[in-house]
Design a binder for this molecule. Sequence first.
Ligand code: PNS
Length: 172
Amino acid sequence: MSKKTYSPAKQRAVYPGSFDPITSGHVDIIQRGLKIFDKILVAVLENPKKKPLFTTKERMSMIQDYFVDQGNIEVKAFDGLLVEFVKNNNANIVIRGLRAISDFEYEFQMALMNRKLDPEIETLFMMPNLRYSFLSSKLVKEIFMLGGGLKDLVPEQVEKKLKEKFKKSAHA
Ligand code: PNS
C-alpha cells in the first residue's frame, strides 16, 4: 500500500509567551508546531505581570541563539493585546502548549477571550513530550537558584545565561 502523503498547511503560526527563560518544553512545542506550519513566529511578551528575570532582549536572544540555523523560526517582542499582534503579523493561528489539566482552565479562558476579541483567530493546543509535562520557566529558575542541575530541562545556552545572571547579581 502506498504511503499517504500529508500536506501541511502552508501557513505560519504565532507561539506567544513570557519565555523567562525558554525551556526544553517550549523548544519541543516549537518543533511540533513545525510539523504543521511552515513558519513559527515566537512572540515574546515584553512586560509580563510577574517581573521577569531576563530582559526582553535577553529572552529573545536565548530563543534566537537556539534556532540560529533555522530560517523558519522568527522571534519578535510584543506588548498589548496578543490578537492585535497576531493580526498585524498576518497570521490567524496561535499555538499554546498544554502540559497538564492544571493548565487547562487558564488556557481555555484565554483562548475563548481571544476568540471573543477576534473570531478570526484560532488557538491550537499542543501537548509536549511527557518528559516536559512538569517543566516550567518558574521551576527552572527555582531549581537553578537552589543549586540543582538543569540538564535536559533548558538549552545549554540558557543554563549559561542563568549562571552569568546570578554571578552578576552576586557581585552587585
Ligand atoms: O508564558 P505565559 O506567561 O503563559 O504567556 C502568556 C501570554 C503572553 C500568552 C498572555 O499573557 C498574553 O497573551 N498576553 C498579552 C495580553 C493579552 O492579549 N491579554 C488578553 C489575553 S485573553
